[in-house]
Design a protein around this ligand. Structure first.
Ligand code: PAF
Length: 286
């Protein structure tokens, strides 16, 4: 089947009706476009698991703060469609902002507490915008499975919690972060980096590797682990840490060194020039 582009909610529902009636499973890969190998990996997982693969491309204004990069967020629908066709997606759902939000939205999904901490503290309203659009996409597409990258680790936990709390009838599949050869996590925002900034970016994954080594070596005190990350980041003068978080991997609660969790999530956000990059790693506690 070749890739089909659908831009309306009614059109998508109509298009999916026969598949659903035939008992076919639907996989959804929600994205904001400007797709890279990381997104392609999500599509590959969906292709392997489900009969009909839908990728949504929608730069969601609700999840951008007033001083964030909504207007300049990179967009290239033609290139995205080529990548999706090459990876066997069936449908690209690319609605306009007017189609998704014909009037200012009055109904939001707020995953309390999880959304307010860490990245949510720095980006107020961000996870509310994510949860609202993802909930809306789930209602529009009604997928059996939806695929998200682990790179946005807190986002993945927020979505898992929303699905559990509101009994959305689908499975959330988290897919490990895809990296360039030098360890830099793939992100649509990497395009903002100048060559010099791009050369500095591997410091994020290096700092996480140093922390993973410390945990493997027996470190469980979050202050010690955070210090390892900050020390590694300080070795790169262009890197300005904005968030360094060491939490229990499943709850994102602070780590109690006396009762260490089975796995620790390391989450960082670092500014390099004007670009804010994020990265994460989950490390099993030995
Ligand atoms: O991770 C993203 O690209 C976005 O936050 C998502 C999940 C597509 C919601 O807009």
């Amino acid at each position: 089947m070749s890739l089909e582009t659908v831009t309306t909610i009614a059109g998508l529902r109509e298009r999916l009706k026969p598949a659903r009636q035939a008992g076919k499973s639907v996989g959804l890969v929600p994205t904001m476009g400007y797709l890279h190998r990381g997104h392609a990996t999500l599509v590959d997982h969906a292709r392997a698991d489900t009969d009909v693969v839908v990728t949504s491309i929608f730069v969601n204004p609700l999840q951008f703060g007033p001083n964030e990069d909504f207007a300049r967020y990179p967009r290239d629908l033609d290139a995205d469609c080529r990548l999706l066709a090459a990876h066997g997606a069936d449908i690209v759902f690319a609605p306009s902002v007017e189609e998704m939000y014909p009037r200012p939205i009055a109904t939001h999904i707020e995953v309390e507490s999880l959304s307010a901490r860490l990245e949510g503290e720095r980006r107020p309203g961000h996870f509310r915008g994510v949860a609202t659009v993802v909930g809306k996409l789930f209602n529009i597409v009604q997928p059996n499975r939806a695929y998200f990258g682990e790179k946005d680790y807190q986002q993945l936990q927020v979505i898992r919690r929303m699905v559990a709390d509101l009994s959305f009838p689908l499975e959330i599949v988290g897919v490990p972060t895809v990296r360039d050869k030098d360890g830099v996590a793939l992100s649509s925002r990497n395009v903002y980096l100048s060559p010099v900034e791009r050369a500095a970016a591997p410091v994020l994954s290096r700092s996480l590797a140093a922390a993973a080594e410390a945990i493997d070596g027996g470190a469980v005190d979050p202050l010690d682990i955070e210090a390892v990350i900050r020390r590694a980041l300080a070795a790169e003068p262009m890197a300005e840490p904005d968030l360094v978080a060491v939490t229990a991997a499943d709850t994102l609660e602070p780590v109690d060194p006396k009762v260490p969790p089975p796995a620790i999530a390391l989450m960082i956000a670092v500014r390099i020039g004007r670009t804010r990059l994020i990265d994460q790693r989950v490390v099993a506690v030995p």
